[in-house]
Design a protein around this ligand. Structure first.
Ligand SMILES: *Cc1c(COP(=O)(O)O)cnc(C)c1O
Length: 394
């Protein structure tokens, strides 16, 4: 098949919910992708932060194929080894107390929303159900997580949305207190807002939210679907902010390319979700968990230090690109945002792809980079050269 064959075939049968770039990828190795016509691309996108250890990573491929040949799925009616090992590993490396596995980011956030409401219901009874979320946040595409997303443009068409969400300004603790009123059970936030434009929260604001939560027995829910699994230079971003959340959701990078998500809770929220209160058929799937164990094995402390160094290297390279359109370069670890003013950020991303570099957009004017954490310096340099060329020709 040629790229065009694949594109025509897919467009003839798949719902047009995505505005796809006209490229069909056939394979990848490391942080380099190849399309059906043999053209190569440097990948600064990793399938939206999913391919955390790159394409065709040998350790990962072996772990996944071995598990596929042994046992693919039996459901949570029974015990399986990869799920057990993965949960223990996540606990040991974060200080959290229990884990639930799901299949996507939105589903993981649904889980922590249910957790917060049940925690409050058990302790205070009905009525204390509200959840404060931040403006510009993104928490998913289900009817509930759309409402939890603090962007008006997502609150459309699918009425009625789930009740019980109020919105506060990121960085403004008074706004959080006001949005909380007297019926709030939890506050949910991303430590670096991803889809909203790669906006890190300040430690001062996060500490003020934590204190407000602790003082009022409001749960602090951290959405690490994008920031988790080494992306920001620590296994989870909350570890850099030096706090232990009540619950943390994760997904994207954990499975190394397989659909896996979940959430962890601290000691206070242990056993809030008991038998029959929450479930999902595929949760903790053995193949996905085997892939995730290979990801976590790869992400040891030395590797995470390297993520910080590569992130700094990449940001320095970007800052050196001379362009009147670049008004800011920001981010944490290998989660990077380049703010564009005076021209279309999405047109630039299209040109970069045509030149052989895959990038992402975020917010209304940001080019977002989430390269595989295993990307080599040589691949970074190649990508930077394309980025520079497109910016200089713009
Ligand atoms: C991507 C994302 C989600 C949604 O994840 P899905 O797997 O697409 O459901 C939720 N929260 C954040 C912060 C995300 O980046």
């Amino acid at each position: 098949m040629t790229s065009k064959n694949v594109i025509d075939l897919l467009d003839s049968s798949v719902m047009p919910t995505y505005s796809r770039f006209p490229v069909a990828f056939e394979s990848g190795k490391g942080a380099t992708l190849k399309d059906f016509d043999g053209k190569e691309y440097i990948d600064f996108a990793s399938g939206i932060g999913v391919n955390s250890i790159g394409y065709a990573n040998e350790t990962w491929v072996n772990a996944v194929s071995e598990q596929a040949g042994k046992l693919a799925h039996v459901s949570n009616l029974y015990y399986t080894e990869p799920c057990a090992k993965l949960a223990k590993e996540l606990k040991d490396r974060t200080g959290m107390s229990q884990v639930f596995f799901s299949n996507s980011g939105a589903e993981s956030n649904e889980g922590i929303i249910k957790l917060a409401r049940k925690y409050s219901y058990d302790k205070y009874g009905e009525g204390r159900y509200n959840i404060v979320t931040l403006i510009n946040s993104f928490h998913g595409r289900t009817v509930t997580t759309l409402k939890a997303t603090g962007q008006e443009r997502f609150h459309n068409y699918f009425f009625p949305f789930t009740e019980g969400f109020t919105y506060a300004i990121a960085g403004d603790i008074e706004s959080v207190k006001e949005a909380a009123g007297n019926n709030t059970c939890a506050i949910i936030m991303e430590l670096v807002q991803g889809e909203g434009g790669v906006m890190p929260l300040t430690p001062d604001f996060v500490n003020a939210v934590l204190k407000f939560c602790t003082d009022n027995d409001i749960l602090l829910l951290i959405d690490e679907v994008q920031t988790g699994v080494g992306r920001t230079g620590s296994l989870f971003a909350f570890q850099q902010y030096e706090l232990l959340p009540d619950a943390v959701s994760f997904a994207k990078g954990i499975g190394g390319g397989l659909p896996l998500g979940g959430f962890m809770v601290n000691e206070k929220c242990k056993n809030v979700l008991g038998p029959g209160t929450h479930a999902t058929t595929f949760g903790g799937n053995p193949i996905c968990c085997a892939g995730a164990l290979a990801v976590l094995d790869t992400l040891d402390n030395d590797f995470l230090k390297e993520v910080v160094s590569k992130g700094e290297y990449l940001r320095k390279g970007l800052a050196a690109v001379e362009s009147k359109y670049i008004t800011d370069v920001r981010g944490l670890g290998m989660m990077i945002g380049i703010e564009i003013n005076g021209t279309s950020h999405s047109e630039l991303v299209k040109k970069m792809l045509a030149e052989g570099l895959a990038c992402l957009t975020a917010g209304s004017n940001v080019i977002r980079l989430l390269p595989p954490l295993t990307i080599s310096y040589e691949e970074i340099d190649k990508g930077l050269a394309i980025f520079k060329k497109v910016m200089e020709e713009a």
